[in-house]
Design a protein around this ligand. Structure first.
Ligand SMILES: C[S@@+](CC[C@H](N)C(=O)[O-])C[C@H]1O[C@@H](n2cnc3c(N)ncnc32)[C@H](O)[C@@H]1O
Length: 283
């Protein structure tokens, strides 16, 4: 029977051999997860012998991580803006930048009807509903598999939401919102080919690639968003680093009272905010 410390050492070396990023950190996080304890608690139990039934799930976690699978999928849940969000290969792993987008949205919230289009795991719509329970939130995605997981995440977080399956705003025919939030796929075909394999081998292509140039979804949204926004309605988009100029150009026409690129913590333009004129109709 090996001790916790010995198992950690062995699994760290194994991950190192497999060229996995931050092998010791991965091993500690996964062992703590297998033993249902906090990572710091491991440090006080290095000499504890581990029985087979404790080691078996950990061995499986290490096998998956060693194959390059992102640690978030192996753990199965991430914390997003204070919400526990389940993730698996059906959805993109929510990124930290998207929490910054949530922050920008929370600061500017107005109105009641909020749509999270391209919702994936549901992280944005669910966390916004939890932050502001008076919102009437609808989540939509073109992937049934993703929407199933979003629904599960909504239930897990105890929030009541609506769920619509379909292409961009098509499922919202005849409806209008006060706030539309969207983190669409925005990587170009050529960028996709050069992506780190830890992303392209495991995360859904549908969640990543936004057409040949990467900006196709913004072009499609620019044409349909005005018709689905109430007067004074707000739009929040996540954009790729370096897409600010192109996205601004795409939205150069339309009934917009305000347009603003918003930055991430590093000061890079990563989000685009639009406010519809308050005197324009929904049409
Ligand atoms: C970048 S992921 C965003 C997921 C989540 N909102 C987040 O911030 O982590 C994009 C999502 O858009 C969905 N999607 C791709 N094309 C779409 C389309 N034409 N209409 C609706 N959803 C689409 C994908 O299935 C994926 O779940």
């Amino acid at each position: 029977m090996k001790t916790l410390g010995e198992i950690l050492k062995l699994s760290t070396s194994f991950l190192e051999e497999k060229k996995i990023d931050r092998p010791r950190f991965s091993a500690e996080i996964l062992l703590a997860h297998a033993l249902k304890m906090k990572r710091v608690e491991l440090y006080m139990q290095f000499d504890r012998p581990l029985i087979d039934s404790e080691v078996a799930p950990f061995r499986e976690f290490i096998r998956r991580r060693a194959s390059g699978e992102p640690i978030e999928y192996v753990l199965g849940t991430i914390d997003f803006y204070g919400c526990a969000i389940e993730v698996d290969s059906r959805v993109l792993i929510p990124r930290q930048e998207t929490e910054i987008l949530a922050d920008h949205i929370v600061k500017r919230l107005k109105g009641k009807a909020l749509w999270d289009v391209c919702t994936g795991s549901g992280c944005l719509g669910i966390s916004l509903k939890k932050t502001e329970p008076s919102l009437d939130v609808t989540l939509s995605d073109i992937s049934k598999e993703a929407l199933d997981l979003a629904r599960k995440n909504g239930a897990r977080n105890g929030v009541e939401l609506k769920y619509l399956l379909g292409d961009l705003l098509e499922p919202f025919k005849g409806l209008s919102a006060d706030i539309i939030v969207c983190n669409p796929p925005y990587i170009s075909q050529s960028e996709y080919l050069n992506l780190d394999p830890s992303v392209s081998r495991f995360e859904p292509k549908l969640a990543l690639v936004g057409g040949e140039r990467g900006t196709e979804v913004y072009e499609r949204l620019a044409a349909v968003l005005p018709g689905h926004l109430n007067p004074g309605g707000l739009v929040f988009l996540e954009i790729g680093a370096g897409q600010g100029v192109d996205v601004k150009k795409i939205f150069s026409e339309g009934p917009w009272a305000q347009k603003e690129l918003l930055a991430d913590w590093a000061g890079k333009d990563r989000f685009f905010f639009l406010e519809k004129q308050s005197n324009s109709r929904v049409s």
